[in-house]
Design a protein around this ligand. Structure first.
Ligand SMILES: *Cc1c(COP(=O)(O)O)cnc(C)c1O
Length: 356
């Protein structure tokens, strides 16, 4: 289906950012996310940037984010000149700790970004309460959690504004791509205007704000439409993969999986495990040895505040995230993995651990 939609878009001549697949994909995405509005854009990072701009985050505003996330979450904050306030994560779900969030709120705090790490929904119930109490905006970086939910509410509808990524390694892909979902018509209108050079909605060549070219092409949207149309199958295949891993390593003392909080349905994006007692040097050795037998694994994300460009005053100590990051590896998670291959990977992991 991806191929035929893509060729259809190509043959239609609408290969740039106008064309019918843009609207098709947005319509399906809104129904997947459970929001009245969904706007697609060029990637997940630009989606984060648009979301921050649309809720009015400005230079000097403080925004609270977890230390354990992909670097794009932090980069988007620097794009708008905000000050990141980096806090720790929870030991069980690996997502932002709502108590830690509450402890760093100041008069300059404007928003919280929750990240659904490796597909695990953050604790939006607690976060929404903190946000409401202190008059803050809640943003969801749901780049990794499409089709996940919390207490029956899909990720995409759990915050004031949510962001998805459709990069090639995500559950749903358009090559490169992203989206912003929201229940607010004002946020949606601003996102649409900002992604399209700040174009006035009706008057041509009138731009009433500094805008960006963050549009998605109709070619990407054609692929995205096909992917979204078969999202249930794509997700259930991955869920089988994650369930097989979980049943093979879940009972072992050597490993700790990310825990699923009550009421949460995580997205089976990338199975990630902590190897109890590992340090990062031995973790890297495990990854290397698995690589030698043809198994590609990855370290869990390093803490964002350890990147060299992060100013000293933004670096905070986040001991829980540090331990997860040093003990954690992500294992191959793609829909085509057979149960036998997963068994083989887990056997190789056990053998490697016995060797180091
Ligand atoms: C993938 C990802 C992004 C960025 O998405 P791109 O489409 O690669 O720009 C942002 N945040 C998280 C948590 C991600 O995993």
């Amino acid at each position: 289906m991806e191929r035929s939609y893509l060729l259809d878009a190509f043959d239609s001549g609408w290969i740039s950012s106008r064309g019918e697949y843009i609207g098709h994909s947005e319509k399906i995405l809104a129904s997947v996310a459970g929001t009245p509005y969904a706007a697609v854009c060029s990637n997940g990072t630009t989606a984060l940037h648009l979301a921050l701009l649309a809720i009015g985050i400005a230079p000097g505003d403080e925004v609270i984010i977890p230390s354990l996330t992909y670097i794009a979450t932090l980069n988007a904050l620097y794009y708008v000149g905000a000050t990141p306030i980096i806090v720790d994560v929870l030991d069980d779900t690996w997502c932002i700790d709502p108590t830690a969030v509450e402890s760093v709120i100041t008069a300059r705090t404007k928003a919280i970004i929750a990240v659904d790490l490796y597909g695990q929904p953050a604790d939006y119930t607690a976060l929404a309460q903190v946000a409401k109490q202190h008059g803050l905006r809640l943003i969801a970086d749901a780049a990794e959690s499409i089709a996940g939910s919390l207490h029956g509410v899909p990720t995409g509808a759990l915050a004031d504004v949510s962001v998805f990524s459709f990069f090639g390694n995500k559950v749903i892909t358009s090559g490169e791509g992203g989206a912003v979902t929201t229940a607010s018509p004002d946020i949606d209108r601003l996102v649409r205007q900002l992604r399209n050079q700040g174009n006035h909605p009706t008057q041509r060549y009138v731009h009433d704000m500094i805008g960006y070219n963050y549009r998605m092409t109709n070619l990407s949207a054609a692929i995205l439409t096909a992917q979204l149309e078969r999202i249930d199958g794509l997700v259930s295949e991955r869920r089988r993969v994650v369930d097989t891993y979980t049943s093979l390593i879940g009972g072992s003392n050597a490993f700790r999986l990310q825990e699923v909080s009550p009421g949460a349905v995580p997205t089976p994006w990338m199975i990630s495990v902590r190897i109890t007692g590992l340090d990062s040097a031995r973790r890297d050795e495990v990854i290397q040895r698995l690589g030698e037998v043809g198994i590609e694994s990855r370290p869990v994300f390093p803490l964002i505040q350890t990147m060299p460009f992060v100013p000293k005053e933004h670096r905070r100590s986040t001991p829980v995230a540090e331990l997860i990051s040093q003990e954690g590896i992500s294992l191959p998670t793609f829909p085509q993995l057979s149960d036998d291959t997963i068994q083989m990977i887990v056997d190789a992991l056990h053998r490697t651990l016995a060797q180091i």
